[in-house]
Design a protein around this ligand. Structure first.
Ligand code: NAD
Length: 252
């Protein structure tokens, strides 16, 4: 399809299929103002080192994690879904497609946009678990305490005073089994897999496209090269939010 406008190429693929699995990463939320990890303006370039998100660092020194994450959370708190998140809802509700979103993002913007099926394979910021009694705590209040200067949130208010850990998947941790298996099933039964805003360099999420069937098409919308470009039917180097919104509009 050389010479064809990339948005039209994606729209043509979306229009031709019924079951779509969209695999998203941090680049899906940069248009909402949340930095990704690996872009020139990303979290690593801002001086936060990769090991801050490693489970061993958290277990040894949770305060280091909370101090580093504070400015990120403060910024992310105000973020809202962008036109790309909303387009995935429209693809299901207005275009009648069967849409599953498999996201590596922990920010809940897909859920806030009303995407009908979301598998957050790296967990979300919505809840915390107490390291001591394993009690579950709602996230909003705890993050507010962190943003306002608390370096080590504990299970208070009648809780056991254990250290709270957010229910996100740190490097070195296993992914939630049931969510991952649902995500694999969504990819397996898809007619089209769209990778949007992910470098596809974090395992095992990066392996998810490999679960697609032989007839399934693969499209990539990402500003930088990804690990699955070579096997994709369409590669679009553009903003994920803008591109998805334009392509879904063309299908409506
Ligand atoms: P990544 O930083 O490795 O890759 C992001 C990719 O998105 C890059 O290739 C970048 O070029 C591209 N990109 C950035 N903005 C874009 C845009 N507007 N349109 C299209 N492409 C864009 O992130 P990843 O692949 O998601 O993997 C890293 C891990 O980071 C994941 O596990 C994720 O959980 C975590 N993370 C999540 C958030 C979030 O929840 N919003 C933010 C930062 C990191």
């Amino acid at each position: 399809m050389r010479g064809v406008d990339p948005v039209q190429q994606l729209a043509a693929l979306l229009g031709a299929v019924q079951r779509v699995a969209v695999i998203t990463g941090a680049g899906m939320s940069t248009e909402s103002g949340i930095p990704d990890f690996r872009s020139p303006t990303g979290i690593y370039a801002q001086g936060v080192s990769e090991d801050v998100f490693d489970i061993r660092t958290f277990e040894n020194n949770p305060t280091r994690f909370y101090r580093n994450i504070r400015p990120l959370i403060a910024g992310a708190w105000e973020a809202a879904p962008n036109p790309g998140h909303c387009a995935l809802t429209a693809l299901a509700t207005d275009c009648g497609k069967d849409v599953s979103v498999v996201t590596q993002n922990i920010d809940t913007l897909h859920q806030q946009a009303g995407n009908p099926v979301v598998y957050p394979v790296h967990g979300t910021v919505e809840t915390f678990t107490c390291e001591q009694c394993h009690g579950r705590v709602d996230g909003a209040g705890v993050w507010q305490r962190v943003v306002h200067g608390e370096d080590l949130p504990r299970h208070g208010d009648g809780g056991c005073n254990g250290i709270l850990k957010p229910d996100i998947v740190f490097f070195g941790e296993r992914l939630p089994e049931q969510v991952l298996s649902n995500a694999q099933a969504a990819v397996r039964r898809a007619d089209l897999v769209v990778v949007a805003g992910s470098s596809m360099s974090v395992q095992p999420a990066a392996m998810l496209p490999a679960y697609r069937g032989a007839q399934c098409r693969l499209a990539v919308v990402n500003q930088a090269p990804t690990g699955v470009d070579a096997e994709a039917d369409v590669v679009i180097r553009a903003k994920a939010g803008e591109t998805l919104a334009a392509a879904v509009n063309a299908v409506r």
